[in-house]
Design a protein around this ligand. Structure first.
Ligand code: FAD
Length: 413
């Protein structure tokens, strides 16, 4: 039998107190939850699952018709812990543990492959900056090393050897399907009793006098002991309803997928050479043999535009064929365009809003929300049930809403 912690009992009693004592009479018939999550995406879905595992009563509301229909399904599925920001490193280490053990623990095949990440270097500047970054990454115990050109050629058969200097390789990073992952979190969360309401847009959030809040949608009102804003690209709009200014703005990114080919590529490859019109490209071969690829435009394209462009394929095809000449024989099946929910410094915001009883934000995940999802979820569970994150507080502070956004910069996926 599972024994509840005292924090969990206290948390549950908040919702109960709120329902029975602090509320006007008309609130009595309202649906009441321990936690209400706004957004069934890369962050909201794992958070609902891990909160439900702690026996909390959870409601997830999304304006779209089903789970993972926001930016989660735009992600190509790269997951790595090898960042430069300590909070991201440690959060993604938690995520990788969840992703890599999921099949064994819960049974679903998420197409996880521990193929690693490789950043090939063709210029002296790239080599220098990758080697400098290795020092921080090793400090945090990450399994990443510099490979000489010959070793990179063995790792990436068919890579263009001209002026190749070497590259970094992190074998414990990987990839998996964001769509299968969203479905798995959704199915398991539902099984644990999480309520999902789709096609409902949040239009108002009121801070209760006691603990918690009333969340209003176009269709109804719900009471929550805690409310989490996990609204992705609409985070700042929802933030205003919570009384907080959130510096999250979307920008457009395109991706695509080829026909399947025989397996030949294990790591996810990131080519960071700046070429006019693009900052970098990244791609990998997923479990069924398709190559999934993406490009970071330079300059960025701010806004909500999700229409595919005629420029994307010629632009990325030229770069991919230059890097792997044999790509010239592969046909592209489909392209799409999605959005990164960006912050000024490229680091997410995960915090409790000051002056509120239970308003949390988990937003601004840029190009890394899928890989950060489960790790952020575990930290949110700890924040809500224990009042402190799972990561050491000095590290987790890197995600603070109240930080100086001019200090760090890490926007690369
Ligand atoms: C082309 C591309 C490739 C990418 N590749 C990767 C990758 O390889 N690895 C990686 O980690 N990340 C990748 N990303 C980034 C990743 O997709 C995002 O960072 C992540 O999905 C953001 O998660 P989220 O939960 O914040 O937002 P979402 O997944 O978009 O979820 C937010 C949800 O909130 C809902 N919502 C918003 N406002 C309201 C409202 N008012 N009422 C009700 N519901 C609301 C939305 O409908 C949505 O479903 C990629 C992105 C793109 C565009």
């Amino acid at each position: 039998m599972r024994v509840e912690s005292s924090e969990q009992r206290v948390l549950k009693s908040y919702a109960l107190d709120f329902r029975l004592c602090a509320l006007p009479r008309f609130y009595f018939h309202m649906e009441t939850y321990d936690v209400i999550i706004i957004g069934a995406g890369s962050i909201g879905l794992p958070t609902s699952f891990f909160l439900a595992k702690e026996k909390l009563k959870v409601l997830v509301i999304d304006e779209l018709p089903s789970a993972g229909q926001g930016q989660n399904k735009s992600a190509i599925g790269g997951v790595r812990a090898t960042h430069s920001d300590p909070a991201k490193i440690q959060t993604c280490q938690l995520s990788l543990r969840v992703f890599s053990q999921w099949k064994e623990e819960y049974g679903d095949d998420l197409h996880f492959q521990m193929g690693g990440y490789c950043f090939p270097a063709y210029t002296e500047t790239q080599e220098k900056s990758f080697k400098e970054l290795l020092i921080t990454q090793k400090k945090y115990g990450l399994n990443i090393d510099w490979l000489e050109a010959e070793e990179v050629r063995k790792l990436l058969p068919g890579i263009n050897p001209h002026e190749l200097r070497g590259g970094t390789y992190s074998p414990e990073d990987g990839n998996l399907s964001p769509i299968l992952t969203a479905k798995a979190f959704f199915d398991h969360a539902k099984r644990l009793g999480v309520t999902f309401k789709f096609n409902e847009k949040i239009v108002g959030i009121e801070n209760g006098e006691g603990q918690g809040a009333r969340v209003k949608t176009e269709k109804g009102s719900y009471l929550g002991g805690a409310v989490i804003n996990a609204a992705g690209t609409k985070a700042s709009e929802v933030g205003k309803l919570m009384g907080a200014e959130l510096p999250v703005l979307p920008d457009s990114h395109e991706g695509g997928v080829t026909e399947p080919v025989m397996p030949f590529l294990e790591p996810l490859v990131v080519d960071t050479r700046e070429v006019p019109g693009s900052k970098n490209i990244y791609f990998y071969q997923e479990k069924d043999g398709h190559i999934v690829f993406c490009l970071t435009p330079e300059p960025i394209i701010p806004g909500f535009d999700r229409d595919s462009t005629s420029g994307f394929l010629p632009q990325i095809a030229r770069r991919m064929i230059n890097l792997f000449p044999k790509f010239r024989n592969i046909k592209v099946r489909r392209v799409w365009r999605g959005l990164y929910p960006m912050t000024p410094d490229g680091v997410p915001i995960v915090d409790k809003i000051k002056g509120t009883n239970g308003f949390y934000v988990a937003v601004g995940f840029c190009g890394q929300g899928f890989m950060l999802g489960p790790g952020i979820a575990l930290n949110l569970v700890s924040l809500i049930t224990k009042g402190r994150p799972l990561l050491p507080e000095n590290i987790f502070r890197g995600f603070s809403l109240y930080r100086d956004y001019t200090l760090t910069s890490e926007t690369l996926k």
